[in-house]
Structures are given as C-alpha cells and as structure tokens.
Design a protein around this ligand. Sequence first.
Ligand code: CUA
Length: 247
Amino acid sequence: MIERRIAIAAASFVLALTLLIGLSVKLFGIALPTCLTDVRPFREGRVIEQAPKRYEIHYVAKMWKFDPPSISIPPGSTADIYLSTADVTHGVQIVGTNFNLMAVPGAVNYGRVRFERAGDYLVVCNEYCGVAHHNMAGVIHVTENAVAPPPPAQPVLGGRELLDKYGCTACHSIDGSAQIGPTLKGLYGSRRVLANGIVVVADEAYIRESIEKPELKVVKGFEPNMPVMSLSPAEEQAVIDFIKTLK
Ligand code: CUA
C-alpha cells in the first residue's frame, strides 16, 4: 500500500513538473535548444579579438572553401577555434600546427592553437568532400602587421566577394581559364550549348536559374555536379551584376 502511494505521488510530481515546464515555454516564450548549428554565431566565419593576442575564430568549412578564407593575426596569438560545416563532412588541418579536426554536420568542434612564429599557415581539407576537394584551402597569416579583424557586423558584400564566399570560384574562373565548371568571363549574353544540344542565351534569367537550379541547364561538356547555394535575392543580383562586367 505504501509503495503504491509513493508511486502515485511520484507520478503526480512528474506530471505537474511536465505541465509546469510546458506552461512556462508557452507563457514566457522560452526557447528550448534545438540543433547546435542553428545557433547563429557558428553559421558564419568570424574572427573576434577577445584581448590582445587572444582570438576566437568561428571557422565554417563548406564546399569548397573556408570561411573566413584568410585570417591575419600577430605572432604569439592564441586562437580558440570553433569549427562547423555548412554542408558535408570536411577535415580541417592547419599545416605546421597540431590542429587537425573534423567538421561534422550538426556539430561544433573546438580546438586551441598557439601561433608562436610568423608565417603563412596553410589550412587544408583532408577529407574527400566532392569534386573540388583538392581546391579547398585557406590561409592564416601570422604577421606583426596583422590587420585587426572587422567588428562583428553583417558586411555588405559585392558580387566578387560573394563568389569567393560561396566557393563559386573553386570551380568557375573569372579570367577565362578552364576549371571544373565553365568560366564566368564572357558568360553574360553569350550563347550556351546545353548537354541536350539546345542553344540558349545566357541572359539574367538564365544565370539566376543556373544559380538556383544548377542541374537544370547543364552546359555541354560539363558534369552536372554543382551544389545548390542558397543566396539571398540581393546576393544573387550582386553576383549577376558582377558577372555582367566580366566581358
Ligand atoms: Cu572539404 Cu575536402
């Protein structure tokens, strides 16, 4: 009998607690944590100067680029690196240091590195992550004349910077040279022969469509392996406007 009363009391307590939590969430709008990478700070590359020679780096690996692509800090700096990925698994190694971490979808990995000596530290991806895996590299400049990182604000990027940010230039050159994808030089207004033999003109609508649905109109001679990038409408326009200038 006693056990039964204890069991009922325990059950009532759990029920009351559940109701209380549920009610608090609803009444006070308390946000319950979900996936860690939904937390905004880890979705963008960022260098934060916490104190002289103490840095916090949010490093985002993505096909096929590191964000930020280039970092500059003074010698003797300690960097706390929070690593995440925007897409698939990447392996991030900072050559010349013991930093070697996987960037795993849905997780933020952490490592601390001290950069004693000046020099350019190459950052490479050592996990196969797709067709441009071998192009995936970044750099950490350790130099006395390190430029202070910009304050954490949302920068307004131009078309040229956006192409780098989204890793487009890993496959599309802007100078006419051959790469995995067609060059962007001379693209605007040109005639494109598609894989199915149909000829289209690369106007604004075509370029926008190719960014949003890259598999739809694949140019003859190229593989349909471009990943979908989610650019905002304003970013798309900036990229298209820049491509127009590449005559
Ligand atoms: Cu990223 Cu290989």
